[in-house]
Ligand binder design. Structure first.
Ligand code: NDP
Ligand code: OXD
Length: 311
């Protein structure tokens, strides 16, 4: 009779942190760190980030794969998936960290801090009269586990907030937009545009030159999700012409961003090194453990993803 073990694989996450956090939640769970997996037939659950090709086929009794991260683009595009249940991480720590990043980067523009940062470097006292937050329109693309709380927080702060998602949402203070018409509306009306969209096939390059041209002249763009949702050449052209006045970018097509990349030379691009949010294992382990309990009971896991849909 085979066991009921979890295999952990990640080139970037600390296996000991996860072992400790998961054991605290599920003391009976047999946790094995690849390559020390013992009998592959014992493995029912995989907690993984970018495992090598063919990884999943090694485990004939696998039931659940949990992606060690929120973005599942690298997982769903693989051609070696097996027909099991899939889930991803989400935790209150990750959500509040992302909300803080979005509040900070939106507010940096809304309160003209980027102007004062430059004035300080020039040694100049430059006064810009503050505007009420209610007069500043912010569009949030993607109202999922991270986008919804960020949009709700911006609305609570008094910004004029709209959000775009596949299905309609009801979030206090946030106007919900959907479909192509909704995308065009949010682009045309947002002074500050935030992306928290996943990188799916549908959304690959969703912000191309035509879409960026719909934004108000001098708009600001914040991308904390995935670089591939925007056409990089079109964004650079818009930043050079001033059509888009400022951008804050946390995600890039190549990371670390190569030292000769044009973004480094653009004064109006604020670069952060893919740190908008991270998983807090002690908090995320609760949901990973709960998903295992659910799968043991024949139920769907928490934060389930559909590889065919792409998120
Ligand atoms: P979710 O999967 O919870 O939410 C995705 C949102 O995008 C949903 O609102 C969904 O709509 C919407 N969406 C999907 N497809 C479409 C479409 N075709 N048209 C319109 N809307 C669409 O993702 P999260 O909020 O958890 O995370 C978003 C992304 O943030 C992740 O995929 C990841 O890439 C990135 N990320 C970045 C981090 C960083 O540090 N920079 C950290 C963590 C995540 P609906 O709700 O209707 O399904
Ligand atoms: C994630 C990320 O997807 O860090 O978790 O981008």
């Amino acid at each position: 009779m085979s066991g009921d073990a979890l295999v952990f694989y990640s080139p970037v996450d600390d296996a000991n942190d996860w072992r400790e956090a998961l054991s605290a939640e599920l003391p009976d769970l047999d946790i094995r760190v690849d390559p020390d997996v013992g009998d592959p037939a014992d493995i029912r659950y995989a907690l993984v980030w970018l495992p090598p090709k063919g990884f999943f086929h090694r485990f004939p009794n696998l039931k659940l794969v949990t992606n060690l991260g929120a973005g599942v683009d690298a997982l769903v595009r693989r051609d070696d998936l097996v027909p099991v249940q899939f889930s991803r991480l989400s935790d209150t720590g990750m959500i509040s960290m992302m909300t803080s990043y979005i509040v900070y980067t939106v507010t940096r523009y809304a309160r003209d801090m980027h102007i004062f940062e430059r004035a300080k470097r020039r040694g100049e006292w430059e006064y810009v009269h503050p505007r009420p937050l209610s007069s500043i329109s912010v569009g949030v693309l993607g109202l999922g586990e991270l986008g919804s709380p960020a949009a709700a927080m911006l609305a609570k702060m008094g910004y004029d907030v709209s959000g775009w998602s596949r299905s309609e949402k009801s979030i206090e203070g946030v106007r919900s937009l959907t479909g192509r018409a909704g995308l065009e509306t949010i682009l045309a009306e947002s002074e500050i545009l935030v992306s928290l969209l996943p990188h799916t096939l549908d959304l690959d390059g969703v912000l191309g030159a035509d879409e960026l041209a719909l934004m108000p002249h001098g708009a600001k763009f914040i991308n904390a999700s995935r670089a591939a949702i925007v056409d990089e050449a079109a964004l650079i052209a818009a930043l050079n012409s001033g059509a888009i006045a400022e951008a804050t970018l946390d995600v890039f097509s190549v990371e670390p961003l190569p030292s000769d990349h044009p973004y480094w030379q653009l004064e109006n691009v604020f670069i952060t090194p893919h740190m908008a949010s991270v998983t807090v294992p002690a908090l995320a382990a609760r949901d990973v453990a709960e998903s295992i309990r659910r799968v043991r009971a024949g139920k769907p896991p928490l934060h389930e993803i559909d590889p065919a849909r792409g998120y």
